[in-house]
Design a protein around this ligand. Structure first.
Ligand SMILES: [Zn+2]
Length: 96
């Protein structure tokens, strides 16, 4: 992707889970907390690079599937120039 194309793209970052939905749980760690940390880091990096970016949640709040979809669509609309990154972390098994 050349710089000209990159400038037209917009990014929506979606931290998986949140609020009453913890996602995967292991060793007293909750997936929702790590997806938020990772997503905030990504948000800052995209912003620093001058790429239009938005995030679906900035705090530990519950988003229903409908809320999440509406939040994504409200950022930059429904366009092929919008890239959505939904972050999840699997708990994995011992053999995974
Ligand atoms: Zn998940």
């Amino acid at each position: 992707m050349n710089n000209e194309n990159r400038a037209t793209k917009k990014v929506v970052i979606d931290p998986g889970h949140g609020g009453s939905d913890s996602g995967a749980v292991g060793n007293n760690k909750l997936e929702k907390d790590y997806t938020l940390l990772i997503s905030k880091y990504m948000y800052d990096r995209f912003r620093d690079l001058g790429i239009p970016v938005a995030i679906t949640r900035e705090e530990d709040v519950t988003l229903s599937p409908t809320d999440r979809t509406n939040s994504i669509l409200s950022k930059f609309g429904d366009s092929k120039d919008v890239i959505v990154i939904s972050n999840h972390i699997n708990s994995g098994g011992r053999d995974a």
